[in-house]
Design a protein around this ligand. Structure first.
Ligand code: ADP
Length: 580
């Protein structure tokens, strides 16, 4: 804009200047012409008076130099004396005898008729435009004075140095002024604060008021739209951030437009060069800048060609299922949506189920084989009558084991299925503990183990009916089963304060301590796994299923509690359960 104004000002200045020069020259030219004509009139009157008095003598008296044709041209004046019949009597520029009859000349005719005549025309004699003025004498003859008419071109040439100087000075001035003015005009526009519109008073720019009002209206609209867009973006972010699965939006070039929190969490640490902003570091990054191990580039490429694509990747021991869909509008791919689902837990559960099924089949097969074998021998009469009770007892034992196994499986699957939906009631853990421990007194006695219960104050628990009993009974039976004769089992319940453990939710502590065989440290983490047993044959011989501690852990978790184990091989084991 500055340049345009500058150019306009320069152009106008030069045009005005040239026009002014042309005008001045025109005015000067007409002024000089008028003056010249006036001079001619005076000259002719003077010459006429001289010729009237002196006749041909006047021409002779005229200086010889002056009367030469060259001088006539030089001074510009030529005086001619013409007789009433048109014959040239004397002439300062040519020989009178060489000149033709002048009666036909306009100024001569006018002078003969009216005493005075004038004309301007091209002179064949002097080959230039001349002004003629003629005056009639008393004898009827005519004296004519002529001179070269003032021409424009010579006038221009004469004034050229002045014109050129004026032009140069004016152009330099115009240039400097244009530079200053154009900057001065544009400055307020450049400094215009669009956010302060229309409050900014633009003095001297009244014509811009409609434009500024429109700008202001548009500015307001842009702000509104901006706010609306931001609101929608925030909403979108709030919704997507709430998703536990990762969501990444790419544009068609593969640049990340948006990532939700889960997606950013799935990414390894951002490269240190990435500047930390409020937005997730991934936004604005090219797909190439994202971790290669996620294989997103290949995923997008496949989705672009096949309409969708899926892949499974494992990063940092976690397995993700990636699903990419192109965003299509009127057959053009505008971008891609990538959903990243952490399927580690699902895979783990599936794996656990497979193992569980295999374990269950295996656990059931063994007693079934024994039952089938014994019953076959019995039915075929191949057992000596004295051995029949032993065979029957074997069948009974194996059947009992299967019943326990099936019962434990049912309990576990019941816990798996119902999970948090199980109804809860307020119950007294002390009463439950005392009652359950009491039911094991016979078993403890048979095993030669002293069973002690500690706890007298009622401890209320919002529990799932049957589950606290299952916890106490499984821990208690294990403590007896994996004990030595003469050993002790102490079951205690008491209220605790969170400060004792440092865990906010801990309120009730159930402890089952024994002086039994203990658990090797290497297995202490695994004893809660389904079907895990440290010593399989010992477990079997004492009627274990390998599911007891799984049920305990599950039941405790359903109550929002936690379980800890401390054990020393040969010295004993302490299971501690904390309930909220
Ligand atoms: P099981 O039915 O075999 O007892 P559990 O799940 O109850 O199955 O226990 C898993 C394994 O943990 C047991 O087989 C045993 O090896 C070990 N165990 C559990 N409780 C004790 C304990 N009090 N003392 C020693 N070992 C124990």
């Amino acid at each position: 804009m500055t340049r345009r104004i500058f150019r306009s000002i320069c152009f106008v200045s030069v045009a005005v200047l040239l026009l002014a020069i042309a005008l001045v020259i025109g005015v000067l030219y007409s002024y000089f012409s008028a003056t010249q004509q006036e001079q001619m009139r005076t000259q002719v009157v003077l010459a006429a008076q001289a010729v009237e008095h002196e006749g041909s003598l006047y021409f002779e008296e005229l200086d010889a130099d002056l009367s030469s044709p060259e001088q006539t041209v030089a001074t510009g004046f030529r005086i001619t004396w013409i007789s009433p019949d048109g014959t040239v009597l004397s002439d300062t520029a040519a020989d009178a005898g060489d000149l033709d009859n002048h009666l036909g000349r306009e100024e001569i005719r006018e002078a003969l008729d009216m005493g005075y005549g004038e004309s301007v025309r091209y002179s064949d004699t002097l080959t230039e435009r001349r002004i003629y003025a003629a005056s009639r004498l008393s004898d009827g003859s005519v004296v004519r004075v002529s001179c070269t008419q003032l021409a424009l071109f010579p006038l221009l040439m004469a004034m050229l140095p002045q014109i050129a100087l004026t032009l140069v000075i004016t152009l330099v001035l115009a240039f400097l002024l244009a530079l200053y003015e154009s900057k001065r005009l544009v400055k307020p526009l450049n400094e215009l604060d669009l956010d302060a519109l229309p409050a900014v008073p633009m003095q001297g720019y009244e014509e811009l008021r409609p434009l500024l009002s429109r700008l202001s209206a548009q500015q307001t609209q842009i702000h509104l739209r901006d706010a609306e867009l931001r609101r929608r973006q925030d909403e979108f972010r709030a919704v997507t951030d709430g998703l536990s699965d990762g969501l990444i939006l790419f544009n068609v070039q593969g640049t990340v437009i948006s990532t939700n929190r889960a997606a950013v969490r799935l990414m390894p640490k951002p490269p240190s060069i990435v500047r930390r902003t409020k937005r997730p570091w991934t936004e604005g990054q090219s797909v190439k800048a994202l971790p290669v191990e996620l294989g997103l580039e290949t995923l997008l490429e496949k989705a672009r060609h096949a309409g969708f694509s899926e892949s499974t990747v494992t990063v940092n021991n976690l397995t993700y299922r990636l699903h990419a869909d192109p965003v299509v509008s009127e057959e053009d791919v505008l971008g891609f949506v990538v959903l990243i689902v952490n399927i580690t837990e699902r895979l783990r559960v599936e794996q656990m189920r497979r193992e569980f099924t295999a374990n269950v089949s295996h656990e059931l097969k063994t007693p079934l084989h024994t039952i089938a074998g014994c019953s076959e021998l019995l039915s075929e009469g191949m057992v000596a009558p004295g051995d029949i009770p032993a065979f029957a007892a074997q069948i009974h034992t194996e059947a009992q084991r299967m019943i326990r196994l099936v019962e434990d499986i049912i309990k576990l699957s019941h816990l798996d299925e119902a999970a948090e939906d199980l109804p809860r009631t307020e119950m007294d853990l002390t009463a439950i503990g005392r009652r359950t421990v009491g039911s094991f007194s016979a078993m403890a006695e048979a095993a030669g183990v002293t069973l002690v219960f500690e706890g007298d104050e009622p401890l209320l628990l919002d529990g799932i009916p049957g589950q606290p009993e299952a916890v106490v009974s499984n821990l208690c039976s294990n403590a007896i089963k994996y004990n030595h004769p003469g050993g002790t089992v102490t079951v205690s319940v008491r209220a605790i304060s969170p400060s004792e453990t440092g865990v906010e939710t801990d309120r009730i502590r159930l402890r089952v301590a024994d002086t039994g065989i203990g658990i090797p440290e290497a297995y202490q983490d695994r004893i809660f796994e389904r079907f895990f047993r440290v010593d399989k044959s010992r477990s079997k011989s004492v009627g274990g299923t390998g599911l007891g501690l799984s049920i305990v852990k599950h039941a405790v978790a359903l109550h929002g509690g936690r379980i800890e184990v401390e054990s020393r091989e040969g010295a004993g084991t302490v299971f501690t359960v904390f309930f909220p």
